[in-house]
Design a protein around this ligand. Sequence first.
Ligand code: MV4
Length: 675
Amino acid sequence: MFTKILIANRGEIACRVAATARRMGIKTVAVYSEADANAKHVAVCDEAVLIGPAAAKESYLCGDKIIAVAKATGAQAIHPGYGFLSENAEFADACAAAGLVFIGPPASAMRAMGSKSAAKQLMEKANVPLVPGYHGEQQDADFLHAQADKIGYPVLLKASAGGGGKGMRVIENSAQFKDALASCKREAISSFGDDKVLAEKYLQRPRHIEIQVFADTLGNCIYLFERDCSVQRRHQKVLEEAPAPDMPAERRAAMGEAAVAAARAVGYVGAGTVEFIANQDGSFYFMEMNTRLQVEHPVTEMITGTDLVEWQLRVAAGEPLPKQQHELAIKGHAIEARIYAENPEKGFLPSIGTLRHLGTPGAVSFELGGDVVAPAAVRIDSGVREGDAISPFYDPMIAKLIVWGADRKQALARMAQALAQYQIVGLATNIAFLKRLVEGQAFSAADLDTGLIERNHDSLFPAAQPAPATALALAAAALLAGESRTVAAPAAAHAADPWSHTTGWRMNQSYARKLAFADEHTAYDTFVTYRAEDWLFSASSAAPQALSLATHNGNDYSIKLGDQATHGTVLRDGDVFHVFANGAHYQLAWNDPMAHAGETESEGGRLTAPMPGKVVSVLASKGQEVKKGEPLVIMEAMKMEHTIAAPHDGVIDDILYGVGDQVADGAPLLAFKTA
Ligand code: MV4
């Protein structure tokens, strides 16, 4: 076995590989870009070497630099993870030439599967089922038209060089063929520089089912069952599960054997995935083979009790597969959800920024019957920690949340629960969307196909709901508790002095303080009346109810509103209260009437945006002398205007944004020199 390996990747997969290496007593070398100097993968490896600037093609894609680092640090093998160099046959060859083991398949197998149409021809010879169609060299329009008529409509035209859904055309009938072929070829040449197409029977509601295969250098090749990855969005997987729902044992064996035949046909070694497209009736057809460890490998690990990275290391070191086919069995059900920094309400636009707060569901492990310990119920694979940034340079995945259950129903319930416990402040995420997805009727009932998200668009993107009174009450309680702490502490010496109390004691007992909150859609006026032991609270026009803070531990609050007990986490970020309660995340901006110049946040003479928003007015100019408290910039965010004022007398050094500019949370708006 190797004593030291280099991990040619970043993020969660680099951390994942490092965890297994550490457990096996293998030292690890990380490589990193300038953007990743403080990244988690650098921290979890034994050594780390800078390989270049942030852009992947100047760092993580530089095979020669990475090989040089492996040689210099004495690593014997390179694990490429997924993406980057993982399916690059030239890199695998270069590793071999440098006397390093590439932890992956032979370059020849990568090349054989790299060309989609050549792979299909190989598979045809190996008796791996293919979608009925024409995958040959002849490209004459009349010939292809005759092939399409023979296949029967609907027919799908695909660019041979394509993949990921680009260059595909569905043809409903023979009359549409000519125009569709011309347009498909135009797209194929402009996207891939190759106008070769293939024609297939179009499957109307297909499922994406893939088989995990593993082969060693001694001629053993086995399958570790299937994963159903039908829930996708624009060819990006969103949820993956194992085993596939409604998979009869005979079909599982047939698919497994077809996948093993596919792997054997290209002399495969290591971890691979054979992708099939399956009809609702269960018929299945080879699509392509991924010659790497996949993002969704944990669901297979959880149901088989294996560590696939350990298997990869053993196979790469020349050892036999740790298990034979008959020693493998499926236990329970696992589901993975990919948590992304993206905004589902804004077309899944990636969200860049800092994970200012990261609260994860607690890991749960338990006993299953006798002394057999079941897999942990919740596993989180992540390459980021609280305080880390999601940058524009790499994939904006925050974490993979993987749950295990004795059956699908239990796994589903645990996934919903774990998503409800996930707390992220600082970035938009797809967590609420994932929760709607796993709780939705279609996924719950395993009514799976690649169109699930589009078909259920209306229930997956419901109109925004106003925040419930309990969420507003939690924000109010946190605000009031925070005020009594910060103000009461220095006044403790004068405890007898009613004027230094902040319990709200007032000459006029009926005084109701207005706390104005707002989220992106709604403004909420709430009213608080201070009483001896509690508050009287009303949200908008609702009748006032007694509100009290039962317990308060860090950011966790238990309150009572009327006769309803509620708890939640409340994080205050400037004037925004992030309330996590009932599995939802409410972002409530407080319009603080007392906020004025002297309290405006300023860092090192710079003035920053209190929350993400838009600049609506710039009142100062470069070089201008200003007085403390003078308004400089007005921003609009969360339905409110925020005035950024001079913290001291001084001079405007620079103005960094103009009217109409979108500004990120915490961004400096202007440079300011104190007089
Ligand atoms: C298909 C298909 C229906 N019929 N082929 C999309 C990308 C590519 N690699 C294969 N794709 C498809 N091929 C036939 N004959 C539907 C898809 C497809 C799809 C496949 C797998 C996972 C998600 C998908 C989403 C849309 C379309």
